[in-house]
Design a protein around this ligand. Structure first.
Ligand SMILES: *[C@@H]1O[C@H](CO)[C@@H](O)[C@H](O)[C@H]1NC(C)=O
Ligand SMILES: *[C@@H]1O[C@H](CO)[C@@H](O)[C@H](O)[C@H]1NC(C)=O
Ligand SMILES: *[C@@H]1O[C@H](CO)[C@@H](O)[C@H](O)[C@H]1NC(C)=O
Ligand SMILES: *[C@@H]1O[C@H](CO)[C@@H](O)[C@H](O)[C@H]1NC(C)=O
Length: 552
């Protein structure tokens, strides 16, 4: 009896939550599945601030936000190998790069350069008596590159090479996953018509496919101590046939040596230095010219391909020929584009959003994971996230069934990082198409965070957790079952939000690794079984001797 009114109240609010938790697609009034102009309704969302309207199932703004936030970082691009973005950038003057080989010759055609010598050393080949060769290659002018995100150097047939195939073959050819020589030749052939010196991609570490060693770089051969009899002179970086390192023996290189580092592990080690934001800053990207295959306006044909698929399975296979040609045209235009753009520092803006919510969302989930979560403790965290947007007028109205009273707070929260753009036509008009896409990603991401957090907070308020704002008619508080449903609903909503955002900062070894260990994700070519690549999960491996012989 005591909780009758509360029950009905809470029941109503919770049933809305369950609808959200099930992610039933609502179509927002100003959003269409593959909107002609992304977020065209940004200026006019007067009727779009209903916290019960969840994102469209085909929306990609959060994926654009997450991939852009992960550029040039090893960790997120190891988990999501299938790249969806191509971004022009430069390698600044003085950047030193490395090329391991079996002789001292300067390549006459395109070749691969490692960003770290730990990586090129695998390819430093020679007898113990003669040593092996490493070319130190230094940029004498800014090198123009195209960065392909994901793990574009992971020689796998199920997606990592897709975005290169677009340029190399004009179609996606999964069987060519191993055709590295043909790929680099074709891509450099394409690059001849544009100001592009090479391509940046990633495997255990970042690498650059450089098209012309006689233009813009200084090459110095160095005769290094060889790690043993590691093959003779061989001008081919990748010999024809199956990739020589596509097996576990690579990881075992020097694993039992008492005097030498474990060569395989050291590549992983160097890659780990560029793991988190800002990643490898030796390659400086120009976000005002990025092209994304998550752009549903540019590439509508992939919307149906992705429908219902886990993000790990997103790829470019299935793209229509028309969309592919339009994308190539945009990439070609981007290489010569001179529009200065708005000047907005998108990288910092995106990181700011991540920082503000990353550990608070995780904290709420952590409290809800405990066996007896304190519900006021959760409400405190929700208020901490919302306080900068909590207006003095934000209070429940007489109509207890309506959540309209939180709309102004929701809107302020969701638009705080972007509304100065849409409110200033002269600034807004300076945004390039790529910036417009990023803006949409930021907007969609912050909108959903604010929507879910606001919704959770409202349920806490209506449950009487913030008595200054609302006192339920009973003073005896919630009964056990009501607390349980509130906690269950909160848990469901925080988890589905975090799953939707899918920020790589939350992917970590639990418990954290010890000093002698490194938290690592399975990555090509290291694997215990192919199933490990299905959904790469972090684990601790030893980073100093004795190395685990089972770390692959
Ligand atoms: C915004 O939406 C309202 C209601 O749908 C409409 O009356 C108004 O003309 C729109 N304003 C603009 C600038 O599009
Ligand atoms: C390393 O040593 C262990 C133990 O002696 C042995 O079982 C293993 O085969 C060795 N691994 C390699 C790659 O030589
Ligand atoms: C999502 O895209 C698919 C494929 O184009 C379409 O059939 C579906 O209606 C879209 N869903 C929504 C909610 O717009
Ligand atoms: C909460 O539990 C879920 C499910 O076991 C887990 O995936 C998640 O990492 C946990 N979150 C925190 C912050 O401990």
């Amino acid at each position: 009896m005591l909780s009758r009114s509360l029950q009905s109240l809470l029941g109503l609010s919770l049933s809305l939550s369950l609808v959200e938790a099930a992610q039933i697609p609502f179509i927002a009034p100003h959003e269409t599945s593959t909107s002609a102009v992304p977020f065209a309704g940004l200026e006019n969302q007067s009727d779009n601030w209903d916290i019960n309207v969840s994102p469209n199932e085909n929306a990609t703004g959060h994926l654009i936000f997450e991939t852009v936030s992960s550029f040039m970082q090893h960790w997120p691009n190891t988990r999501y190998r299938n790249g969806h973005n191509i971004v022009p950038g430069i390698v600044p003057v003085g950047t030193v790069l490395y090329h391991g080989r079996g002789d001292s010759n300067t390549p006459t055609g395109p070749e691969w350069l490692a960003t770290d010598p730990e990586h090129s050393y695998i390819f430093c080949r020679g007898q113990a008596s003669t040593g092996c060769w490493q070319l130190t290659v230094t940029a004498l002018r800014p090198l123009n590159v195209l960065y392909l995100d994901g793990s574009g150097a992971a020689k796998m047939p199920d997606g990592p090479m897709d975005s290169q195939d677009v340029l190399a073959f004009g179609e996606i050819i999964p069987e060519k996953y191993i055709a590295e020589r043909e790929r680099i030749k074709n891509m450099c052939q394409w690059a001849k018509d544009f100001p592009v010196d090479g391509f940046v991609r990633m495997e255990m570490d970042f690498e650059i496919m450089l098209c012309d060693f006689s233009d813009g770089v200084q090459v110095e051969p160095i005769n290094l101590r060889s790690r043993g009899n590691s093959g003779g002179p061989d001008s081919e970086f990748y010999p024809p046939g199956p990739h020589p390192y596509d097996d576990t023996s690579f990881a075992q290189l020097d694993i039992n040596s008492s005097a030498l580092p474990n060569t395989g592990f050291e590549v992983i080690h160097s890659g780990s230095w560029h793991r988190y934001y800002p990643g490898d800053t030796r390659i400086q990207l120009d976000l005002t010219r990025l092209i994304s295959f998550y752009d549903t306006e540019l590439v509508p044909s992939l919307v149906a391909e992705r429908l219902g698929k886990d993000r790990l399975k997103h790829r470019l296979l299935g793209i229509s020929q028309e969309d592919l040609q339009n994308a190539v045209k945009r990439i070609e235009e981007a290489t010569t584009a001179t529009e200065p753009g708005s000047g907005i520092d998108w990288k910092t803006l995106i990181q700011l959003v991540i920082k503000r919510f990353e550990n608070r969302l995780e904290m709420v989930q952590y409290i809800l994971n405990s066996t007896s979560p304190g519900n006021s403790n959760i409400q405190i965290q929700l208020v901490a996230m919302l306080r900068p947007y909590m207006l003095s007028t934000t209070k429940p109205t007489q109509d207890l069934a309506s959540t309209e009273w939180v709309s102004p707070m929701f809107k302020l929260c969701a638009t705080t990082y972007t509304k100065y753009i849409t409110a200033n036509p002269s600034l807004h008009s300076r945004l390039t198409a790529s910036e417009e896409l990023i803006l949409g990603g930021v907007h969609e991401t912050t909108r959903e965070i604010c929507r879910v957090v606001t919704g959770m907070w409202v349920d806490g308020v209506m449950a009487g957790l913030d008595p200054d704002l609302y006192k339920p008619s009973t003073t005896e508080g919630l009964v056990e079952t009501e607390i349980e449903s509130l906690l269950a609903s909160w848990k469901e909503r925080i988890s589905s939000l975090m799953k939707w955002l899918d920020w790589s900062v939350w992917l970590k070894c639990r418990p954290a690794c010890g000093f002698e260990e490194l938290c690592e994700l399975p990555m090509w070519p290291f694997r215990r079984g192919t199933d490990e690549f299905e959904d790469p999960q972090p684990k601790c491996i030893r980073r100093m001797a004795p190395f685990d012989s089972s770390w692959v």
